[in-house]
Structures are given as C-alpha cells and as structure tokens.
Design a protein around this ligand. Structure first.
Ligand SMILES: NC(=O)c1ccc[n+]([C@@H]2O[C@H](COP(=O)([O-])OP(=O)(O)OC[C@H]3O[C@@H](n4cnc5c(N)ncnc54)[C@H](O)[C@@H]3O)[C@@H](O)[C@H]2O)c1
Ligand SMILES: [Zn+2]
Ligand SMILES: [Zn+2]
Length: 368
C-alpha cells in the first residue's frame, strides 16, 4: 500500500433498520489487495438508496449508504494497476470481473464473477467497523459514498477527467449513466424517434438528456411535479405533461419508445399503451422487491411490441463514465442542471424526506 495512513474516524450515513439513516463515526481499514481508498468529493441521493431505507429491498445492515459517488484516490492496495493515488474517480455500483462471457460480450452489468451487489468487498469481508464494539458495517453496493472516505474494489473506481466538478461526477455514478445509457445502449434510439419519458427525477431527467443528445423528437416528459416538468423542458423535453393519458394524446398512433423511470406499477402497466405497433418500452424504474405488473398480452403481441429491462443503462462503466464526462465537458449533456440541492452529510435524512414528497431533482452531498 502507498499513500497516507487511512486508519481513523470517518463520518458516514449508516442505515441500521427501516425508516432512517444516522450519521456515525466509523473506523475504516486500509485497502487490501485490488482495493482503493477514496476520499469522497460528492455523493448523490438516489431513489435506490431510499428503497433500502424504506425497507423495500432487503440488504444487510448496518450499512454505509450511498452508491452514486465520486472522489479522489488516496491510497491503493496491493496489485492495483488501473488507478493511481490522486486520480479522480467515479464509483461504479456494479463492478465486473472483466473475464466472464458476459463481460467479454460487453454486458458488464450481467457479470456474475464478483460479489457486486452484496455490500461487501470481493473477499466477502467489510472495511468499515463501529468503534468500541468492532461490529462490521457493510458498504452499500461496495461503494458506500455517503461517507467522508470509503474503500472500494479497484474495478469500481473509474478515472474521469479532473475538470468535471464533484457533484456532476457523482451523478455519473448512477442517475446519469442509468438514464443516458438506457437511451444510447439499451434502446439505441435513433435520431427523429418519438419518445415518452415517464418520471423526471434524477434518472428520468437523464433519459430526457440522452434522448435530446441522440436527436429524438418529440420528447414527451411526464411527471406529477411542476418543478420537474419545467426542468425536463429546460434539458430537452419538447412537451411536458402530468399523466400518461395526456402523453398518449400527444403521440398519436403511439411513440417509438417509452421509458418508465419511476418504478410504479400503474406507470409500468401504462407503458405498452404508449407505444406504436413495433414500439419499444424500456423499464428503468425499480419497484419494491417481488412486485408484479400485468398488461393485455394479446394486444401487446398482436402489435409486435417489445419490453426491455435496463439495468445501469446497459453500460460498461469503464467505457461509459469517461465518455459521458467528455460529453458533459463538451457542453452536450447539461448534467449540472440535475444538481438542485447541495447538502451536508447531516442533511441526508431531509433529502430522503423531500424525495418521498417528490420534491428536488437531485440532492447531492458535497464533502468539504
Ligand atoms: N434500472 C437501474 O439501473 C436504476 C438505477 C438507478 C435508479 N433506478 C430506479 O429508478 C427510479 C427513479 O429513480 P430517481 O432517483 O430518479 O427517483 P426520484 O424519486 O428522484 O424520481 C421519481 C420521479 O417520479 C415522479 N413521480 C412519482 N409518481 C408519479 C406518478 N404517479 N406519475 C408521474 N410521475 C411520478 C416524481 O415526481 C419524481 O420526479 C427508482 O425506482 C430507482 O430505484 C433504477
Ligand atoms: Zn442510484
Ligand atoms: Zn464478468
């Protein structure tokens, strides 16, 4: 290992049972082989954190929350070759082995060769502990970005240009890659295609930006919040409406593509009805675990429609993060428009409450 001694107290937002998070001081162990110590610059507050906090997804606890982060590499463990001390990195909440059939086929998000998703390091152990008791504290999706510092697998730390501000870099780690990637990678939307985007939070607004980037037209944004609809229009939506019924009225004959970016049964079930014959519905929003949805199968098959799930924007983070960062720097993706609230770690709970009320595009914790 090289770099400064990482041992010491780290403030972190910890989830320890449904309902809330609390900011605690934890001990952080030095990175082991193929791991990296990162000092966080910023961490976004994503609905996929809130699903856990609200008890909708089972996850081990206590766990340091946050999976949408960016920071600077402070130390590297043995055998790390991909990043160096001082690199600015965006953290990936799904790290892949790079060797399996999925990885070789460009489906990094489907890799089963690591412990990605299990909230531990790849050797199955944790680096955070509660002082005194010595209790292990898990790392949400092996990122744990709601902490001043975190240890992550080397494969989860993707270098990006230093010019990207921390708040924007953090959002590339989830919302932006999820939304832009759903358009560019999963659906491969062509210029001139008509699009409906249902839900305009951090993820849905990123779908709108991706759609504008590839020249989709029209781009119909749907949300129940006036604030989100106004923002959607500022970042590329040609129309902004309050319901899927209104959206259906605007794309006569149906849209070429419809994206669901909320994770609500009623809006998921509305997707097929938004599509023209042969249209493609892209499900991006995530429900509570185990939730089912239904639709008219005959009408769906008879009209030759497609439904596809899009996880992490179908991205290969090591390729897509730097590419998205360059598009931002070139002025082609107005990612800073997503950052509606810059907050401190102590205000995470408030940010979750605002998200439950469907307020704020994105709250981003900015570290000193
Ligand atoms: N597929 C993936 O890889 C992936 C990655 C990240 C997040 N997600 C999921 O995407 C979803 C969105 O995440 P987010 O962080 O943008 O959430 P968010 O809470 O910021 O955004 C949700 C938006 O939906 C709107 N909304 C709620 N109910 C509505 C309704 N009935 N009709 C219209 N609009 C409505 C809200 O006003 C809000 O703007 C979540 O389920 C999250 O877990 C999926
Ligand atoms: Zn997320
Ligand atoms: Zn793999």
């Amino acid at each position: 290992m090289n770099g400064p001694d990482p041992l010491g107290a780290v403030r972190a937002a910890v989830f320890d049972g449904p309902g809330s998070v609390s900011v605690e001081e934890l001990e952080l162990e030095a990175p082991r082989a193929r791991e990296v110590l990162v000092r966080l610059g910023a961490s976004g507050v994503c609905h996929s954190d809130l699903h856990v906090v609200d008890g909708e997804w089972p996850r081990p606890s206590p766990v340091v929350m946050g999976h949408e982060g960016a920071g600077v590499v402070e130390a590297v463990g043995e055998g790390v070759r991909g990043v160096e001390v001082g690199d600015h990195v965006v953290l990936s909440w799904f790290y892949a082995c790079g060797r399996c059939a999925h990885c070789l086929a460009g489906r990094a998000w489907a890799c089963s060769g690591t412990r990605a998703g299990q909230c531990v390091m790849d050797d199955g152990t944790t680096r955070f502990r509660r002082p005194g008791s010595g209790e292990d504290v898990f790392t949400y999706l092996a990122v744990g970005s709601m902490a001043e510092r975190s240890v992550v697998p080397e494969a989860a730390a993707i270098p990006v240009p230093r010019e990207v501000p921390w708040d924007v870099a953090a959002l590339i780690g989830c919302a932006v890659t999820t939304g832009v990637g759903a358009v560019v990678n999963t659906a491969q939307v062509e210029a001139g295609a008509s699009i409906v985007v249902v839900g305009c939070g951090g993820v849905g607004l990123s779908v709108v930006m991706g759609a504008a980037l590839v020249g989709a037209n029209p781009i119909v944004a749907v949300d129940v919040s006036e604030e989100k609809l106004a923002l959607a229009q500022e970042v590329g939506a040609t129309h902004a409406v309050r319901s899927t019924e209104e959206a259906a009225g605007l794309v006569v004959g149906g849209a070429d593509y419809a994206f669901e970016a909320i994770g609500l049964v009623e809006t998921v079930e509305a997707v097929p009805s938004l599509l023209r014959s042969g249209g493609v519905g892209v499900l991006v929003g995530l429900t509570a675990a185990g939730v089912r949805a239904s639709f008219d199968v005959y009408a769906f098959v008879d009209a030759g429609k497609t439904l596809v799930g899009s996880i992490y924007g179908g991205a290969v983070p090591a390729l897509d993060f730097p590419r998205i960062a360059e598009l931002y720097l070139a002025g082609k993706l107005p990612l800073d428009r997503l950052v509606s609230h810059r907050i401190g770690l102590d205000e995470v709970e408030e940010a979750f409450a605002a998200m439950r009320r469907r307020e704020r595009a994105r709250s981003v914790v900015v570290f000193a």
